[in-house]
Design a protein around this ligand. Structure first.
Ligand SMILES: C[S@@+](CC[C@H](N)C(=O)[O-])C[C@H]1O[C@@H](n2cnc3c(N)ncnc32)[C@H](O)[C@@H]1O
Length: 227
């Protein structure tokens, strides 16, 4: 099994997130609506790595023509059941970017979001994926991603260097079992900007949370850019 197939197998366990996370509605409320005036115009939006679809449903409610793509059949099936009125907007994709012609829409995409979903790629696969996402966007379109930082200590401290910019993580407690899971960590803002150099950076930020003594802070950088 290559690392992409292992990644798919890992996510087939399902990612239950019934509610919209704070970084989704804060991105909309602090950036997308006030700065770009988007929402309500049936603008095309793609949520990459949509999990069980809460963000797609939220953006739909905010007036976007929103689609979600994910590698996990478990999650895509759950999303279709949870949100039957937009079941056709949830699409299964191949774990390898080379095998996907498009993600969601082929063109005229106004907004792409990737919440905690773009760091499971080697540098080469990441580039392939970004080329396809970028190509589908209209000029002036808005891109927003949250990327795991080295400050995500329970993962970074339990990882070893792998290849292609990836580290392999092994971590276990009574909540989580992460085995040979490949993640690409972001060191600092400069690296984040280099990673998304195809976009003009608009806002760089971060969020972090810690609830357990035996886990590190879940530190994520946020990147907002314009095509
Ligand atoms: C940490 S979860 C985040 C889910 C959701 N975006 C959220 O914030 O609640 C990561 C998601 O990315 C998806 N994912 C991982 N690798 C992917 C790939 N190569 N292509 C598309 N989705 C992927 C996983 O299946 C999973 O649903």
């Amino acid at each position: 099994m290559n690392y992409l197939e292992k990644n798919k197998a890992y996510w087939e366990k399902g990612y239950t997130a019934v509610n919209v996370d704070h970084f989704v509605f804060r991105f909309y409320g602090r950036i997308l609506k006030p700065q770009f005036g988007l929402g309500g115009g049936w603008e095309r939006l793609v949520d990459f790595g949509c999990g069980q679809g809460a963000a797609v449903n939220y953006f739909r409610k905010m007036g976007f023509n929103a689609r979600g793509v994910d590698i996990s059949e478990t999650d895509i099936c759950a999303a279709k059941i949870r949100y039957p009125h937009i079941a056709q907007n949830f699409l299964l994709c191949d774990p390898s970017p080379k095998a996907n012609d498009i993600y969601g829409f082929s063109d005229d995409v106004e907004v792409i979001t990737a919440f905690q979903s773009l760091y499971y790629f080697s540098d080469e696969d990441f580039q392939d994926c970004m080329d396809k996402l970028y190509r589908s966007m209209r000029s002036g379109g808005v891109f927003f991603a949250t990327m795991m930082g080295e400050g995500s200590r329970e993962f970074f401290d339990n990882s070893t260097e792998y290849k292609g910019g990836l580290r392999v993580v092994n971590f276990r407690n009574d909540r989580l079992e992460v085995k040979d899971h490949c993640i690409s960590f972001i060191k600092d803002e400069d690296q984040l900007k280099r990673k998304f150099k195809m976009f003009k950076p608009v806002h760089i930020g971060y969020y972090s949370e810690k609830f357990r003594s035996d886990e590190g802070g879940g530190y994520h950088f946020t990147f907002c850019g314009v095509k």
